[in-house]
Design a protein around this ligand. Structure first.
Ligand code: 13P
Length: 248
């Protein structure tokens, strides 16, 4: 059994005090959650949010991590720095980082290995653009990301994949339940083949892209979909709580 995992990706939203307010409002709404609940917050919000989630089921995540242990990497944050603050999850390779900040499959792979080495759970994002989907290239793009992003991982039960079709992010254009299920099923099948014998069957795969309080039930009822990575809707406590409580 794979335990569902619903994670909010706040992106570059909420100051530390706003973030603390948000999780204070969220806490009572998700107290009976059966899934894993995570908020991935801006790095500078981590101390305030850590304090605010105390005594709740909400777990703390970051949005990026550097691959080196330490050193001359101005502006970057290491896995150990996150770990010391009680961060348990880290988003890696989000399409916004790939598009705007030069993230490549190689750096995604390095960051993922560094996160694992520090005992963090990486949430690794993969997915195709609209052009690629319409050109019939979805599987080819995913095959390529699968081959490059996960090299050297020995135990896939320790990572989460977020399948985020780029055309569905922030657009209000969600993949249909069937599309998301089919593509996630494809990712799982392919990974079982490429990384045979490495616990791929226990790895969770989320869907991300305009998931909200209305469409979450349909998506989460699909057998291949193990959770969601939520952008916009994670900024509103009631909406995020409705997704976390998709089974109610
Ligand atoms: P939206 O839910 O705002 O489409 O964002 C999805 C996303 O990018 C989560 O990482």
């Amino acid at each position: 059994m794979r335990k569902p995992i619903i994670a909010g990706n706040w992106k570059m939203n909420n100051t530390a005090s706003e973030g603390a307010e948000l999780v204070k409002a969220l806490k009572p709404l998700v107290k009976d959650a059966k899934c894993e609940v995570v908020v991935c917050v801006p790095a500078i919000d981590i101390p305030a949010v850590k304090k605010a989630i105390h005594g709740s089921k909400i777990r703390l995540g970051a949005q990026n991590v550097h691959f080196a242990e330490k050193g001359a990497y101005t502006g970057e944050i290491s896995a150990n720095m996150l770990k010391e603050y009680g961060v348990q999850y880290v988003i890696i390779g989000h399409s916004e980082r790939r598009a705007y900040f030069g993230e490549t499959d190689e750096t995604v792979n390095k960051r993922t290995l560094a996160a694992l080495a520090a005992g963090l759970t990486p949430i690794v994002c993969i997915g195709e653009s609209l052009e690629e989907r319409e050109g019939g290239l979805t599987e080819k793009v995913l095959d390529n990301q699968i081959a490059l992003d996960f090299q050297g991982i020995e135990d896939f039960s320790k990572i989460v994949i977020a399948y985020e079709p780029i055309w569905a992010i922030g657009t209000g254009r969600t993949a249909t339940d069937e599309q998301a299920n089919e593509t996630i099923g494809y990712i799982r099948k392919r990974m079982k083949k490429v990384y045979a014998g490495k616990n791929v069957g226990r790895m969770r795969i989320q869907y991300g892209g305009s998931m909200n309080a209305k469409n979450c039930k349909g998506l989460m009822s699909q057998p291949e979909i193990d959770g969601g990575l939520i952008g916009g809707a994670s900024l509103k406590p009631a909406d995020f709580a409705a997704i976390v409580n998709f089974d109610k």
